[in-house]
Design a protein around this ligand. Structure first.
Ligand SMILES: [Mn+2]
Length: 269
């Protein structure tokens, strides 16, 4: 079933998770949660059973960064060379720069939109360069900082500031004005675009099962409309930081699975 379509890949890696590890168990939990939904999405009049969608299963890796990077890089190249749209299921957020790096080889003008409660712009965290807490810094080194967008931020280190900071939107600055597009603030964004969803961008009431929960977050409808506005200009996505061990009632896995339906449905309509 090669050729245009979607490839789902689980990346069971959470080596640097510092607070609540366990996101390496998320890919399977997100798959299980997806069984609760009808394949037909009425809003977009699209059925997932009629779309070329291949689940490649999980990367067979130990929890070591170098191995994850090598295997994820190799498999991403394979997915892209088959002209398929990659949907990566983390795992922790440090998988994102590996995928971005491969996409940049194909799209010189790539932008990246990261939905995240955390700015994650440290150069190192706990001595590690490749950590869940250094993601936007690593991404902005691969593409231009001006093309790196972080949306939904409500936690950052005090000494984050430099001219190389990505474009970021604090949660408190995001407009919820009735009638305005949730995407208005990102109107200068360039395409093609890669979307990385750290599930902690949501308020913990929507997504309690994450590595680093942060109160006062975004609602699910807001993120849904944002996804549908950008989806047809995306070249890949990941969804990271679901932590099943802390996920009461599988709420977070359920939302993660439904966001993937949303992405595919809104691209196909
Ligand atoms: Mn985060």
């Amino acid at each position: 079933m090669d050729g245009p379509g979607y490839s789902i890949l689980g990346v069971p890696y959470d080596r640097t998770s510092s607070f609540r590890p366990g996101s390496r168990k998320a890919p399977d939990q997100i798959r299980k949660a997806s069984y609760c939904f009808e394949p037909y999405i009425g809003e977009y009049d699209t059925s997932l059973t009629e779309i070329p969608l291949k689940d490649r299963g999980d990367l067979q890796i130990s929890n070591e960064y170098k191995e994850m990077k090598r295997e994820l890089g190799r498999t991403t190249r394979e997915i892209l060379s088959n002209d398929r749209f990659p949907i990566m299921l983390g795992g922790e957020h440090s998988i994102t720069p590996v995928v971005v790096s491969e996409l940049k080889e194909r799209h010189d003008d790539l932008s990246v939109l990261i939905l995240d409660a955390h700015l994650d712009f440290r150069d190192r965290y706990e001595g590690k360069k490749h950590s869940h807490a250094t993601v936007s810094r690593r991404v902005s080194e691969i593409i231009d900082p001006a093309n790196t967008y972080v949306y939904g931020v409500r936690s950052k280190a005090k000494d984050y500031g430099s001219e190389d900071t990505p474009v970021y939107f604090d949660r408190d600055d995001i407009s919820y004005k009735k009638g305005s597009s949730s995407f208005d603030q990102l109107k200068d964004i360039q395409y093609p675009l890669y979307l990385s969803i750290d599930m902690d961008v949501f308020d913990p009431s929507y997504a309690p099962g994450v590595g680093n929960p942060e109160p006062f977050g975004l609602g699910s409808s807001h993120v849904k409309s944002l996804i549908s506005e950008v989806s047809d200009r995306l070249v890949g996505m990941d969804i990271v930081e679901v932590c099943p061990k802390f996920d009461s009632g599988d709420i977070t896995s359920n939302l993660a699975a439904r966001l993937i339906y949303e992405l595919i449905g809104s691209r196909e309509c």
